[in-house]
Design a protein around this ligand. Structure first.
Ligand code: GDP
Length: 436
């Protein structure tokens, strides 16, 4: 519970074993006792106390830790409600933290990202954002603008001082710096997207090439964390896997996963469809057999995609030469493995790391944008920087230039939530789950 009355409600329903009065209980402490209703003990609990302003929401807060299970938890919730508490909206705790000024909108949004993180990298980005790295960067850009804005306002308010020339140079320098910083942030979105959503990866190949063996080898990897989703294409599921920090969203077709299952084999047309919606296509070939018509069609599919060719079954006698022109023309990346014996799988990870410049994504030093709302606002700010530059070039009067600069400040303010309208706030917090 959070809010002015939460301790009053708590006093009605909680009896601490040592009978301590709420006034005497310090914040950041935990008390042992019973939840009681009409003299009857409902459960033995621990209650954590947070006294304003030192709490998540900055309000008085308490957390009741009861025994698990649905019945008791529901019962305690019901008792709280009966005694004057109101059920929180999704994200209401975080919303209050934002409205009370403890965190900005960026940090609030990163709470969702941390909760929903599917990979360690993504969680790390979320935590960094929660710590305020992105807010700080935006703040610095704004400061850059504000420093110059002060001079502009002086020049507008006191036209008798002829500061025009100095200011023009200052404005133009400032705009260049701001543009560069914003561009860098905007570019980081692609990396952010990979971290957040994973590299959408399809494995295609003829029946018996070794698709399911490869998939199993990847999924069996020690450090693979797997989450399953329903795929966008019918008959597919998508599995989010992180291996050695590489986030992959594997498109697993019903036919691939279980070879024994006589699900209809995935044909060339279907493979093309799946490949088309992927960021990366892994084409796997049985290297104990010569390339067939069907293989050539598969090579055709991957020609204009980011792809890796895998020559599988190298533990046996091979009949495909990795230097074969037809392979080289289809992809720059050809590796030899044995999926069944788990040989060479790490080469696959190395190639993926290279293909997507994953080494360049250095979360420790770089600020990464992962949220489309932020990206859109940054793009808008960049457009407004460009407009301001044009205005400057066209020698417009300072008060006009000032209006354009204020637009940039507004875009940036919208990101951190200083000047953001209520609808957007509601929309953002609606994405939270209850009790966060
Ligand atoms: P899919 O139809 O493409 O999914 O192929 P599977 O993964 O089911 O493999 C077809 C057959 O090839 C199975 O009997 C596998 O055990 C076998 N196989 C797969 N990879 C290898 C490998 O690297 N070496 C050998 N010797 N056999 C393999």
């Amino acid at each position: 519970m959070s809010g002015n009355d939460c301790f009053k409600i708590l006093e009605k329903i909680f009896e601490p074993k040592n009978k301590q009065k709420i006034e005497d209980i310090r914040g950041y402490s935990i008390k042992y006792g019973n939840i009681v209703e009409k003299g009857e003990v409902i459960d033995e609990v621990l209650v954590s106390y947070f006294k304003a302003p030192k709490s998540y929401t900055t309000e008085n807060m308490c957390e009741i830790n009861s025994h698990g299970g649905n019945v008791i938890v529901k019962k305690i919730l019901e008792i709280c409600l009966k005694n004057g508490a109101e059920l929180a909206e999704p994200g209401e705790f975080t919303k209050r933290a934002f409205l009370n000024g403890r965190i900005d909108l960026l940090q609030a949004e990163s709470v969702i990202d941390v909760i929903n993180a599917k990979s360690e990298r993504e969680a790390k980005t979320g935590i960094k954002q929660l710590e305020g790295y992105l807010s700080k960067e935006i703040g610095e850009i704004k400061q850059e603008i504000m420093d110059v804005m002060v001079n502009i306002e002086v020049a507008i308010d006191y036209p008798e001082y002829d500061v025009d020339d100095v200011t023009n140079k200052q404005i133009s320098d400032m705009l260049n710096i701001v543009e560069e910083k914003l561009n860098k942030l905007e570019k980081s979105f692609d990396n952010g997207k990979i971290i957040k959503e994973g590299i959408k990866t399809a494995i295609i190949g003829k029946p018996n090439a070794g698709k399911s063996s490869l998939l199993n080898a990847i999924l069996k990897e020690d450090r693979a964390i797997v989450t399953e989703y329903e795929g966008t294409t019918r008959d597919t599921i998508e599995e989010f896997v992180t291996i050695n920090g590489i986030p992959l969203k594997l498109i697993d077709t019903a036919g691939i996963r279980n070879a024994k299952d006589e699900v209809e084999k995935i044909g060339i047309a279907k493979s093309r469809e799946i490949a088309n919606e992927s960021d990366l296509v892994i084409a796997i070939f049985d290297s104990t057999k010569e390339l067939t018509e069907e293989d050539i069609e598969i090579l055709e599919i991957i020609k204009n995609k980011k792809s890796i060719i895998i020559l599988n079954k190298i533990d046996l006698e091979t009949k495909i030469d990795e230097k074969d022109k037809r392979l080289k023309q289809a992809s720059d990346c050809i590796i030899k493995i044995s999926a069944l014996n788990n040989i060479g799988i790490e080469k696959l990870y190395d190639e993926i790391t290279n293909l997507f410049n994953l080494n360049e994504i250095n979360l420790d030093n770089e600020i990464v944008i992962t949220n489309i709302r932020h990206k859109n606002l940054i793009e808008k700010a960049i457009k407004n920087v460009k407009k301001t530059k044009d205005t400057l070039k066209n020698q417009m009067p300072l008060d006009i230039i000032a209006i354009f600069i204020k637009d940039i400040l507004e875009d940036l303010g919208n990101i951190t939530g200083e000047i953001v309208n209520e609808d957007i706030i509601d929309e953002i917090f609606a994405k939270f789950c209850l009790g966060k």
